[in-house]
Design a protein around this ligand. Sequence first.
Ligand SMILES: [Zn+2]
Length: 461
Amino acid sequence: MLTKAELVDVRYGVQGFVVHRPWAMKMIRQIYKMFEEELEKTGHEPVLFPLVIPEEYLEREKEHVEGFKPEVFWVTEAGGEKLERRLALRPTSETAFYSMYSLWIQSWRDLPLKLYQSVAVYRYEKATRPFIRGREFLWIEAHCAFATREEALKQIKEDMENTRKVVWDRLAIPFLFLRRPPWDKFAGAEDTYAADTILPDGRVLQISSTHDLGQRFARAFNITFVDSKGQRHYVWQTCYGPGIWRIVAALIAIHGDDKGLVLPFDVAPVQVVIVPIYYGEEREAVVRKCERVKELLAGAGYRVLVDAREDRTPGWKFNDWELRGVPLRVEVGKREVEGGFVTVFRRDLRRRMTVKDEELLGTVAKLREDILETLKRRAREYFESRLAKATSKEEVVEAVKSGKIVFMPFCGREECAESMKAEIEGLRVRGTELDHAEGDYGRCAWCGEKARFMVYVARAY
Ligand SMILES: [Zn+2]
């Protein structure tokens, strides 16, 4: 689908770096716009930080540098000469942002500070695949600083809400929002919270994450403020990263079918494609009607295209636009011209209907909602069918092998999680629900020891 629908080209010649083609880029721009709107509605402002990060910045927070250094691309020379200090291509930008936050934040009046950037980041990954794991990939990173821990914790909920507003409300991608186990948190964070969806091959995919940074980076970068009583304090910080790339992967894999992509209206580069069907002299009247329909729909704000290619048959065009996931197709032929109607085909159900000319605008508005609801209903059913419960190791193994996310009692020990990983390739403890409290949950489904948590486990990308 990646190649056939002309989303990316992997022939660039550098592993993990792909060329994004127009159809993918237009989808990506829509997704960026959706997140940027939510971020700005919740008080974030856009910035652009340099691509390069001096090594000494990266090294200031010990766990952070340990976690990221093995994946860093370094710039070591320029202009034919070796650089005095090497520069990292941003693998993530905490250290870039916070080097400036220590200058910008002085007083309680400077808080909260909520900034984001929409950029590519660079990580030297071993195994790569487009939209899932790249050495260059697209995301947003938001970096927030607060006067109190309570505000920072509230930010985590806001990030979850913003994820839901885009990923579920508009793109119909279902997910669980989980708190990662301590051994799987972001390097340098106190806690990591993440949204996981599951792809049809049974592997979960993290599509966004929020990190509670506590005061670790504030101490490492000396980010302090003076409160209204003249006392100096370290700030509390969070960072949030919706994975634009991975959301594209989820769109393709979850909504797509054997015919190609199936796109929700909001993300589709073309929302309505109009295909003229004519023989000989019918052409003029048919093309004229196509143009009228286009003007009508474009005037209402839809992204519309008339496929006027002369060297392709209507059938070929139908397949081509179905492959690319265009939600609605309007077919106009002699019958439609004479009868005062159009034929509308919806991609999600692959169903045709006849719509009177004067009802077209209202019908498209209704179908826009209806398509989203259909995708949501299908995605919800799909996601629910992928959730299982287990209380024994046999049940865990069976459920995971049949491609499910398993909810189970867990001892909380890293060794136990390690033994899962050793037994089933990719099997990971994904975490607990957000407000889950430690308690007595019987026996760990995997090792049989006392269970202190209820967790989700699954094979992961
Ligand atoms: Zn255990």
